[in-house]
Structures are given as structure tokens and as C-alpha cells.
Write a protein that binds this ligand. Sequence first.
Ligand SMILES: Nc1ncnc2c1ncn2[C@@H]1O[C@H](COP(=O)(O)OP(=O)(O)OP(=O)(O)O)[C@@H](O)[C@H]1O
Length: 227
Amino acid sequence: MLLEVNDIATYYGSSQALFGVDLALDEGEVLALMGRNGMGKSTTIRSICNLNPPRSGTISFAGTSTSRQPAFRVARRGIGLVPEGRRCFATLTVYENLIAAARPGRWTLERVNELFPRLGERRNQLSQTLSGGEQQMLAIGRALMTNPRLLILDEATEGLAPVIRQDIWRAIRALKSDGLSILLVDKTLSELLPVADRCVILENGRSVWSGEPAAIDDAVKDRYLGI
Ligand SMILES: Nc1ncnc2c1ncn2[C@@H]1O[C@H](COP(=O)(O)OP(=O)(O)OP(=O)(O)O)[C@@H](O)[C@H]1O
């Protein structure tokens, strides 16, 4: 397994947000982390990246525990995070954002520009002048430039125009075909389920269901996803 999360409990100060989350992701797999608003998806991601370390339970990435490692070191070991809200360096250009954390590997400026031609066209533009969709592409491109073993996308298509969402989903499918391991949170089930190999559903800070996308029937949707 590339990533194994076992029974983690995570807090914000004295307020407990996760009460026992388990998930596992194999090399080359796409895992969809699902659940209604506030159920703990972003907190699980923050825990995996050690931005908000769990107080109990274990997380292992590429065979090594992530506990007591600062977040930057976890990232450097191969986790590329695209957080909710697509945070780019506002006063850097597109090019500067892309090379800021770049590391050698199969993902180069040329390949990122092929995946998102708009980034190549806007290479000298400050990232704060980009549209929301272009900023999202930049956030994904920047994470790819670190040549991660695992890419984590938290609500990468949220709030974007339909045509831009299609571009992002096309890119995600291309990354999957390329063999990248991906952990995905997204509310658009019609796009998410076809690309996922497996799904884990959270409810009130606990993982309560896991299985293949084909097993997510109306009863599961109604019970856990409120649709
Ligand atoms: N910074 C914070 N301080 C205190 N509590 C928080 C904080 N961030 C999240 N929480 C709480 O932790 C719980 C899980 O939130 P989380 O953001 O992980 O859920 P989510 O499934 O990602 O939801 P959404 O789909 O709305 O992003 C919620 O009860 C939330 O109120």
C-alpha cells in the first residue's frame, strides 16, 4: 500500500473532528473520499499531510510512518496537495509558481503546459490576475511539478464554470491513465465515480463505508450522501 490510514482521531484544539478514519490507497489507484459537508474529508487530508497531526491512530506513507514529521517533510516524501481554495502565490507569476517547489522527475514545465495549455499562454502573468479556473490549473500544475507519488485534490472543481470543470476532469483522467496515485474529494458524483477505483465514505468523522463505485447505489447515496 502507498498510503495506509488506521483509526485516526484528529482535533482542532479541544474539539474532536475525526473519531476513527481508516483508508488505504494502492500505488496507481484513485480513491474517492466522500461524505456530506462537515463530515471530515478536509480534516482527513490535513491529517495525512501532517498539517493537523492526528492524536491517535497511525498513518503510513510509502512504508514509513508520518508521525512526528513536519508537514514539509511529508510533502517532500511525495505528497502533492492541492488544498481547498486553490492557494497560489499571488504575487508570483505563473512560471514562478510552477518552479517554486519543482523537483526533478517526469513532470516538467513542458508536460504541465501540455496538460494545461492556458498556463503556458499565461506564463508571465501574476497568478492573482488569473481566473478561478486558471488558478486551479496552476495549483494542480504546481503540485505536479513536485513530482509527487500521491496527488491529493480537495474540491478541485468547486465553484468553477462548467467548461473549466471539464478541463480539470479531463486532466484528472489523463493523470490516472498516466498511473498517478490520486486521492480525490469532489461533490460531482457523475464525474467522480467513473474515475474512482474505490470509495471511502465518512460520516461524523468516521469512515462508515468503503467499496467500489459501482456499489454506490441509491440506498448508499440516500443514507450517507444525502442525494
Ligand atoms: N479550523 C477548524 N476549527 C475547528 N473545527 C473545525 C475546523 N475545521 C473544520 N472543523 C470541524 O471539523 C469537522 C470536519 O470538517 P471538515 O472540513 O474536515 O469536513 P469536510 O467533510 O471536508 O466538509 P466540507 O465538504 O464542508 O469541506 C466539522 O465539524 C468542522 O466544523
